[in-house]
Design a protein around this ligand. Sequence first.
Ligand SMILES: *[C@@H]1O[C@H](CO)[C@@H](O)[C@H](O)[C@H]1NC(C)=O
Ligand SMILES: *[C@@H]1O[C@H](CO)[C@@H](O)[C@H](O)[C@H]1NC(C)=O
Ligand SMILES: *[C@@H]1O[C@H](CO)[C@@H](O)[C@H](O)[C@H]1NC(C)=O
Ligand SMILES: *[C@@H]1O[C@H](CO)[C@@H](O)[C@H](O)[C@H]1NC(C)=O
Ligand SMILES: *[C@@H]1O[C@H](CO)[C@@H](O)[C@H](O)[C@H]1NC(C)=O
Ligand SMILES: *[C@@H]1O[C@H](CO)[C@@H](O)[C@H](O)[C@H]1NC(C)=O
Ligand SMILES: *[C@@H]1O[C@H](CO)[C@@H](O)[C@H](O)[C@H]1NC(C)=O
Ligand SMILES: *[C@@H]1O[C@H](CO)[C@@H](O)[C@H](O)[C@H]1NC(C)=O
Ligand SMILES: *[C@@H]1O[C@H](CO)[C@@H](O)[C@H](O)[C@H]1NC(C)=O
Ligand SMILES: *[C@@H]1O[C@H](CO)[C@@H](O)[C@H](O)[C@H]1NC(C)=O
Ligand SMILES: *[C@@H]1O[C@H](CO)[C@@H](O)[C@H](O)[C@H]1NC(C)=O
Length: 754
Amino acid sequence: MRRILALALLVLSAVAVETAATTSATLDGLYALVKRRLPDHASSFTFRLTESDGDSFVISDAPATHRGITVECTTVSACARGLYTYLTDFGEVDIWWTGSRLGQLPRELPAVGKPVHGAAIVPYRYHFNTVTFDYTAAFWTFEQWELELDWLALRGVNLPLAWVGYEYILIEVLRDAGLSDADISSFLSGPAFQAWNRFGNIQGSWGGALPMQWVNDQFALQKQILTRMTELGMTPALPAFTGFVPRAMSTLYPNASIVNGSAWSGFPASLTNVSFLEPFDPLFSTLQKSFITKQQQAYGTNVTHIYTLDQYNENNPFSGNISYLSSVSAGTFASLRAADPDAIWMLQGWLFFSSETFWTDERIQAYLGGVPTNDSMIVLDLYSEAQPQWNRTSSYFGKQWVWCELHGYGGNMGLEGNLNAITAGPIAALSSQGSSMKGMGLTMEGQEGNEIVYDVLLDQAWSSAPIDIASYVKSWVARRYTVEPLPSAAQEAWQILSTTVYNNQDPNSQATIKSIYELEPTLTGLVNRTGHHPTLIPYDTNTTVVPALQLLVKAKEQNAALAAIPEFVYDAVDVSRQLLSNRFIDAYTGLVDTYNNANATSDAVVRAGQPLMVILSQLDALLATNENFLLSSWIAQARNWSHGDESYAAYLEYNARNQVTLWGPDGEINDYASKAWAGLISTYYSSRWQTFVDYLASTKRLSRPFDSSAFSSQMILLGQQWDARIWGEGPGEHWGVSSGNVWELVNQILETWA
Ligand SMILES: *[C@@H]1O[C@H](CO)[C@@H](O)[C@H](O)[C@H]1NC(C)=O
Ligand SMILES: *[C@@H]1O[C@H](CO)[C@@H](O)[C@H](O)[C@H]1NC(C)=O
Ligand SMILES: *[C@@H]1O[C@H](CO)[C@@H](O)[C@H](O)[C@H]1NC(C)=O
Ligand SMILES: *[C@@H]1O[C@H](CO)[C@@H](O)[C@H](O)[C@H]1NC(C)=O
Ligand SMILES: *[C@@H]1O[C@H](CO)[C@@H](O)[C@H](O)[C@H]1NC(C)=O
Ligand SMILES: *[C@@H]1O[C@H](CO)[C@@H](O)[C@H](O)[C@H]1NC(C)=O
Ligand SMILES: *[C@@H]1O[C@H](CO)[C@@H](O)[C@H](O)[C@H]1NC(C)=O
Ligand SMILES: *[C@@H]1O[C@H](CO)[C@@H](O)[C@H](O)[C@H]1NC(C)=O
Ligand SMILES: *[C@@H]1O[C@H](CO)[C@@H](O)[C@H](O)[C@H]1NC(C)=O
Ligand SMILES: *[C@@H]1O[C@H](CO)[C@@H](O)[C@H](O)[C@H]1NC(C)=O
Ligand SMILES: *[C@@H]1O[C@H](CO)[C@@H](O)[C@H](O)[C@H]1NC(C)=O
């Protein structure tokens, strides 16, 4: 034991010398990752940096005297990716959102034999969307960040977004500029809504002002996150000053060019139309310098030179004048460079899709053209898998851009993906004529289920030919369900899913499939929606979800050890969830048909409503068995930041609840971030649907028309009451998972709905 340790230390110090000679990067973070995730193999891996261009690695068996595995690489990120390639291809283990099972790597490490080479096909491997910080990570602890960052590092991500704690720096900048704390406070949004304040979509907070405790805690968390990102060979994209300022800025600086932005998503002017300091005003540059200087003082000068900065995400510019647009971007970029001479501006390209009519090619060219050189900007082509914009903008007129997969609108949880688009798509874009594509990444709104599509895209960034989906899925399933032997039924289930549910070719129903039971009940317009809130099911449930679930059950019957694999159980719950969700559409259509029959009695309507309520109750019982599908987890995470202060905990809980329900004080983007969570279904969706059925029945009984506007107002009121609740105080509200038997429930669901 002692001898092995001594050997390992020798190897380590040899590496350290070599490293210092070649580059300033250190591999300590990677060794720490190995200790964290593979404690039994803490000294089995040797990493060595070599000098060469790009990101590449070579994995080989260490010389017999050292044992273990050697990974040589050109960057820390490439070393992490090399380690991952070894772990997945040779060790047949992986790390998942539901937890790491890297610890199951065989004690006797499988030999590599002939050394294995790998190389990234693009310099940037990107992760996150500004809104992921709220839809998924709003209340994350560092432990959750740690799992996420290890997951990212191993997959070779080297450019993550890093928004946490932004407000700490911004507040200092605004105070220095002379604004009072009251002015600043009236501008900032609540803990679950900061992304949209950062985007300039909203200002202010409903449910109470943002507490300084939150700001300080997030700032402390950001320091931990950035240290870890850097250790793992990632360059964080940090925020900059955007131009969005409190209203009072106009009073304080009456001569400054400050305009009101456009209104966003039906919010009242007091909460939107955010004031925007125009970047050609000298004050903009002053505030930018102040922001970046403070940020460098807080986190270090060389943490990054890449800045995320969005001014028109779902807000249109004050003017569409070509020279106006180029002076806005020229001023913005000049301010960045004045504060950091190496600054690169990173832009989320969603606006060019979402406001396509405003953003004509000419305007895009003018806006991007304000930034002088092509390598001083990175545009995230946010929705490349379905609605690419790079191909209508001559590859963003030469600016660097990243092929991104958007997914999980609002963190909605439907099974969805298009494996062909995310394998063949980026390869074709990379080799297209005059391509300035420099990266690949994930810009999901909410990082939720559908882990396969995220894995495929990040793996494609290390493969110059499109990944062969059939063989990829096979090994992916084998390492996701680490049991011996793995019943072939499990593979067959995924063979079906990967070629149907995950082969969604319809560009208008991609990114997510929302379940209609999560929407406010009404008689029309819920089913077959496409676009930004799709509910269209682009496959036949009977020949996809049903047999896939039957096969998963069969696999578990053939090898009971599967029941102890968290990912397997997760998938069985998730596929059952989708089955119930799709059957709800039929039940709902049946109810509407019954109601629309002029002869139907009130009793007939009540009867037609019963299947809907049965599905919701089965769904809640099923989801309650799994910690990944609980409303209570989301609320517990939020309340966990309260430092034991009950009124602060209630404030955090309101934020958490409101985001997944009304999204705004009065349902401004009602149900956009809806979730298939136990607890949310039983205490909220079920009451809405029961009220709906009762109301429909009463209109029949009383021969009254259905008053959709009155009903909708009643639903908003119900939402407001629900948002104000405290979890655990209502009947049957438990914090943890239920004692229900998941397999009994799955079988019952299959018996009823297959
Ligand atoms: C604003 O501009 C006017 C006219 O140029 C000038 O008289 C005034 O002093 C300026 N005010 C501030 C606060 O700079
Ligand atoms: C911006 O909106 C506020 C109130 O909503 C209004 O008082 C102010 O005049 C507006 N500013 C501009 C420049 O239009
Ligand atoms: C808010 O923006 C909308 C356009 O989106 C505009 O019509 C309205 O006048 C603006 N209100 C304020 C107060 O600026
Ligand atoms: C930052 O990096 C540059 C080169 O990228 C180097 O010249 C400089 O010394 C570094 N500064 C610090 C404070 O490490
Ligand atoms: C655009 O703005 C410039 C400078 O303010 C002005 O000279 C020009 O007339 C404007 N063009 C249009 C089409 O409004
Ligand atoms: C860009 O590609 C998408 C998806 O393939 C296609 O629908 C669209 O028509 C293309 N746009 C242009 C301008 O070629
Ligand atoms: C940026 O790239 C485009 C397209 O390749 C090219 O036409 C343009 O000259 C480049 N700009 C600069 C400043 O190099
Ligand atoms: C939804 O689309 C499916 C398939 O095209 C169709 O069979 C069904 O009638 C549609 N339902 C509604 C309510 O429009
Ligand atoms: C799907 O299966 C259900 C239940 O067996 C049946 O009622 C329905 O008609 C089937 N739908 C299609 C499109 O085959
Ligand atoms: C309603 O009932 C009447 C009388 O029984 C019948 O003629 C008619 O077809 C029914 N209408 C519908 C829509 O079922
Ligand atoms: C609460 O925070 C602590 C400290 O960060 C963490 O260990 C724990 O897991 C958190 N609990 C929840 C429910 O988030």
